[in-house]
Write a new protein. Sequence first.
Length: 347
Amino acid sequence: MQIYWLVIAFHFIAQLGSFLFLPYDRTAYDFYLNVLLYPTLLMGAVVAVTQVMDYSGSKYSILSLFLAGTVIAMMIIHLNMDIRIIGALMLLPIFASAIFYRLDLTWYTFALQAIAFFVLYRWDYWFKFFLSSFDLIAIPLFLVMGTLIASIIIINGRELVSDLETTLTAKQDLLIENAIIRKLSTTDALTDLYNHISFHEFYDKAMEYGDQGAPFHLALIDIDNFKMINDKYGHRTGDIILARVGKVIREMISPADIAARYGGEEFAILLFEKTFEEAAELTEKIRLRLSDTPHEEMAGGVVTVSIGLGSYAKGTSKEKLFEEVDALLYTAKRSGKNKLMALAHQV
């Protein structure tokens, strides 16, 4: 529709320039009224109505769009029939319709041009006067050929779009599959925490951050008497307990922290953006939460955990920090279990 307005404006300027600077066989009154004012107002009114229909969301807005183009083409042809090639304007709405990739819309536009040609030939004296026998055959033939070319463009375009959609769908499926594979390869299926391999990748990265002045804390958590749970209640119950412990850990840590099932009934947590006191308080809350949670599968019994907690100190290797925290964990085990042991002196 913006192009329609530009065409109307350009036609107005071209007609006015022709009248002012070229020989013109009409009087000023006839020109300004019948060539400049009335046709411009009619074309503008048609486009304005089409624009209103488009803004209102009418289901006929696209159909009216090409009807408006046909009216504009008819008016310009009527006013400039002495220009031999002017009849080619009827091809423009047909080619414009191909943008929408709809064959029905293109053939609808062709039908409009065919009707417009018949109306001009039947009732427009000047159109018939300047129309040669060749034009009478050539213009309808051009309209048919133009429509066929537009149809071929649409069909090929649809195939291209279909191929692109197929490629895009395949790419999206591949991305989803890769995401699923990556999730399966980095997380523990039972607890939905990171797995052993992923933990060490994060641990290495945490050591790099620690060396750059961003300390962190490492907590190791082990479920007390887990072998007895498996032996007494079965491995299915053991899996349920592992999943619930993992769920509690996921719910209580912050988004900045990393939790993993390190192996068997042991869990590891990397705690970031916290003081040592905050890290100790969080791990203690996890211990208390678990010790206060009854399990129906264990006849209302509870599960306790022992925890070792240590903080990174500059110059400490990842092996040394892990061994120190692991030693704290086993100290908690040997001293009665259901305890938190921490290296406060490393803060």
